[in-house]
Design a protein around this ligand. Structure first.
Ligand code: NAD
Length: 498
């Protein structure tokens, strides 16, 4: 059984057992994979270390060309990637085809060019006797860990900036969704990326994940996943003061002012909440609507949610597929049941669909009102197709409620008033703020959090910089034996005296 891709070849076996990748649309097995343990992680890190010197000293143009060739390989079998991505996650084939795969290819093309555009201060004589030069060097072997919600995109977000900057990588996808990451490693090798530069290990978090994070030869740990696991990763890396990059959970506010285009806000809330079945760290999950428009928003969102077609993710007429696993569906149901139990109103949804859909991990699109700001359904990340709506009165109150959360990944504000929008985009503590939209991302712009959503940026040149270390090289240009500054050391002040 395949347990990874290490040193340019498929890793067969897996010392930590085996695992069935399940299609959550019907519970069938997509593929059985092996699970790697600490020994395979050690082999992968060793391969990455061996590959590092040559890859680090390749020219940016050579690295960029290799990434571009990889992007072409992915593009050549885009429909296969989309199909496998849909099968292992349950996401609709339409989303995988129109968002995950083309977004990933665009990212690869961006980083192929960005590899050649590293930035730093101009070299020059910042004092009269020295020329200063800035170098941006790769960090070394990067250990990356990715989540299951967008497996291919998350793999790309990890691999591309790391490789573009000259690092080598050992990447652990989530064990439940490893298949497109394996395809990517194969395509990277076929595109001429040298053996050991990109290694993939399939394994569980506490075993393979912790072995990777704790490995002494991993110079940097790049993690995307939940906030609790992110804290654990940071703790382990702290043991050897290794660099960490954390992209963690989110609970995005969606603030609708009373002058907003109400129909656009309704459509935006539903689309922003249901993307990837709500399993998106930036999903619109907390609607705050100003009192005069609150009822209209609730009614409109409920009506649109009621028309959502839940079903087979491969059917082009489907709007919402299953959640990634039956356990995730039950977790989501638990949040809604507890909210209902504590007096909140489930306006629509709030149930596991029966009939044909009972064979998959489906959950009905759900809107909850009447929860208090401190309720878990408002404060915790649910990661499912569940929206909660709360009213606010003054503009200040809306922004205070939006910020009253431990997360700070993304947010949106809906208004036609440019001054309100200006105030809000500045006041909201989140890595991304959309005005009159929610979700779109582009390769050129950074994605990353504040507060307990983590730190570090993915995509864009900011992410490329994260995978480099800045080195200052200072050249003496005086040629003097006794440098001018030596007078601070030597009492005799005579240059010729030894
Ligand atoms: P998770 O934290 O459970 O797992 C993420 C990865 O960490 C998986 O590969 C898992 O195997 C591994 N892992 C688990 N325990 C580990 C440990 N002890 N040591 C090392 N690795 C370990 O998250 P998930 O359920 O896969 O993904 C959903 C989470 O990811 C959500 O919280 C979501 O918000 C977050 N996410 C964040 C972003 C972002 O950019 N901020 C993007 C996507 C997903």
């Amino acid at each position: 059984m395949i347990a990874g891709f290490v040193d340019g070849a498929t890793l067969v076996g897996g010392s930590a057992g085996a695992f069935d990748v399940i299609d959550p649309a019907d519970g069938t097995v997509v593929q059985a994979v092996g699970l790697a343990g600490a020994s395979e992680v050690g082999d992968a890190v060793a391969a990455a270390q061996r590959a590092f010197p040559a890859w680090a000293s390749a020219t940016p143009g050579e690295r960029g060309a290799a990434l571009l060739a990889m992007a072409e390989r992915v593009a050549a079998r885009a429909s296969e990637y989309a199909e496998v991505e849909s099968r292992q996650t349950g996401k609709t084939l339409r989303l995988a085809t129109e968002f995950d795969v083309p977004g990933s290819i665009d990212n690869a093309i961006f980083f192929a060019g960005a590899a050649r555009q590293l930035e730093g201060l101009a070299s020059g004589e910042y004092d009269a006797t020295h020329t200063s030069v800035i170098r941006r060097e790769p960090v070394g072997v990067v250990g990356s860990i990715a989540p299951w919600n967008y497996p291919l995109q998350m793999a790309m977000w990890k691999v591309l900036p790391a490789l573009a900057a000259g690092n080598t990588i050992v990447l652990k996808p989530a064990e439940i969704t490893p298949l497109t990451t394996l395809m990517l490693a194969e395509d990277a090798a076929a595109a001429g990326i040298p053996a050991g530069v990109l290694n993939v290990i399939i394994g569980r978090g506490p075993e393979a994940g912790e072995a990777l994070v704790g490995h002494p030869d991993v110079a940097m740990v790049s993690f995307t996943g939940s906030t609790p696991v992110g804290r654990r990763v940071m703790e382990i890396a702290a043991g050897r003061a290794a660099r960490v990059h954390l992209e963690l959970g989110g609970k995005a506010p969606f603030v609708v002012y009373d002058d907003a285009d109400i129909e656009a806000a309704i459509q935006g809330a539903v689309a922003g909440a249901l993307i990837n079945a709500g399993q998106d760290c930036t999903a619109a999950t907390r609607i705050y609507a100003q009192r005069p428009v609150f009822d209209a928003i609730v009614e409109g969102v409920a009506e649109v949610l009621g028309r959502i077609r839940v079903g087979d993710p491969r059917d082009p007429d489907t709007d919402l597929g299953p959640l990634v696993t039956f356990a995730q569906r039950d977790r989501v149901a638990g949040f809604v049941d507890r909210a209902r139990g504590s007096g909140a109103t489930v306006v629509t949804g709030g149930e596991v669909p029966g009939g044909e859909l009972a064979k998959g991990a489906y959950y009905a699109p759900t809107l909850v009102t009447g929860a208090s700001q401190d309720a878990e359904i408002v404060q915790d990340e649910i990661f499912g197709p569940v929206l909660v709506a709360l009213p606010f009165d003054s503009d200040d109150e809306g922004l205070t409620l939006a910020n009253d959360i431990r997360y700070g990944l993304a947010a949106s504000v809906w208004t036609r008033d440019v001054y309100r929008a200006q105030t809000a985009q500045r006041a909201i503590r989140a890595g991304t703020v959309w005005v009159n939209d929610h979700i779109p991302i582009v390769s050129e712009m950074p994605h990353g959090g504040m507060k307990q959503s983590g730190f570090g940026k993915d995509m864009s040149k900011y992410s490329l910089e994260e995978y480099t270390v800045v080195k200052h090289v200072s050249w003496d240009i005086s040629g003097d034996v006794r440098k001018e500054w030596h007078r601070t050391i030597f009492a005799d002040r005579t240059p010729e005296t030894r």
